[in-house]
Ligand binder design. Structure first.
Ligand SMILES: NC(=O)C[C@H](N)C(=O)O
Length: 355
């Protein structure tokens, strides 16, 4: 049986793999494709007690699959390397490449579900993007780890096993893109990283988890009501870039010049991580209004970490929208996609109310 621990020296030697397939396919098992993008789940450290200061995105997908031979008992798995980076370096180009590849794979009868391995830092952004643009009700599960593959008690191997299990579960169909870590199944719409290093970092502060895995069995309790996947209007088929949307953070004594800089750099939308219920300082309001006068959409979110930003009377006529309960980084994802369809603030507000 797999211990889930890769010896640091062995791990370092195994970085070059790009594809992998389990031996002969068993017809009674689901066919699951693992698309690897890097992150700590593919991380390698100098010692097996190092859980910080390691290299994320060091190991190839074949190494990840081979570390969990038990996968063969629950699915026919094969792997593809999309990129191999720490998730702070996932960009719009990778999002589009990943989404298009997933849509191509899921259109085939030979693929029953997808697992994406990903760094946890920006995992929620990729998961929410996929939730909005995947055109299939087959399960898509995004998985990561908080301890590198070389660590004692690395969490990646079991997280990967659980993710493949969820992706191959018929009940997981039609529930939107899911995030699987630490035995919990979260909705891409609601889950967020809440802790820098702890293994139970992914939480949905107000809405809770969709389900869990206990004793090797998948349990679902809720599903997201917000539009996703087959009900989503957003489509990446013809897109090779996304509109620039930046995020500005509210704090005491800030200035309008931050908005000027974003507009000058080409922003078509600005998400404000507002204080409290999406508040802007007077200086920010000046900057935001000047940007909005130039056609830039200003989306008021919150830096508080949870809660819904309420609509205020002055929003609509100023090209301002509110981001519902989306945190700033997910609001940026939706605003980029919204701007591929329209620059009308009222229509964009409707997207924030529905997705
Ligand atoms: N736990 C992780 O995966 C963190 C890593 N820095 C990443 O996001 O790639």
């Amino acid at each position: 049986p797999s211990t889930g621990i890769l010896k640091p020296a062995k791990a370092a030697a195994a970085t070059a793999a790009t594809t992998a397939t389990t031996a002969e396919a068993k017809t009674e098992l689901p066919n699951i494709k693992i698309l690897a993008t890097g992150g700590t789940i593919a991380g390698s450290a100098a010692s097996n007690t190092a859980v910080t200061g390691y290299t994320a995105g060091a190991l190839g997908v074949e190494t990840l699959i081979n570390a969990v031979p038990e996968l063969k008992g629950i699915a026919n798995v094969s792997g593809e390397q999309i990129v191999n980076v720490g998730s702070p370096d996932i960009d719009n180009g990778v999002l589009l490449k990943l989404a298009k590849r997933i849509n191509a794979l899921l259109s085939s009868d030979d693929v029953d579900g997808i697992v994406v391995t990903h760094g946890t830092d920006t995992l929620e952004e990729t998961a929410y993007f996929l939730n909005l643009v995947v055109k299939s009700d087959k399960p898509v599960v995004v998985v990561g780890a908080m301890r590198p593959a070389t660590a004692i008690s690395a969490d990646g191997p079991f997280n990967l096993y659980n993710a493949v299990k969820v992706a191959g579960t018929p009940e997981a169909k039609g529930k939107g893109v899911m995030v699987m870590l630490n035995d919990r199944i979260g909705s891409a719409r609601f889950i967020t990283k809440t802790n820098t290093t702890a293994t139970d970092t992914f939480k949905s502060p107000e809405q809770g988890y969709m389900g869990e895995i206990v004793g090797g069995k998948v349990y679902f309790y809720y599903e997201p009501l917000r539009k996703h996947t087959t009900k989503s209007e957003f489509d990446v088929t013809e897109l090779d870039a996304l509109p620039q949307v930046d995020i500005l953070y509210e704090y005491q004594n800030n200035g309008a010049y931050l908005y000027d800089a974003a507009v000058e750099a080409g922003a078509k939308g600005i998400v404000v991580a507002g204080s409290g219920d999406g508040s802007l300082s007077s200086a920010s309001e000046k900057g935001a209004e000047a940007a909005a006068d130039k056609g830039v959409i200003i989306a008021r979110s919150t830096r508080t970490g949870s809660g819904t930003v309420s609509l205020s009377g002055g929003d609509a006529e100023r090209n301002f929208v509110t981001t519902d309960s989306l945190n700033p980084q997910k609001a940026r994802i939706l605003l980029m996609l919204a701007l591929t369809k329209t620059s009308d603030a009222a229509k964009i507000q409707q997207y924030f109310n529905e997705y």
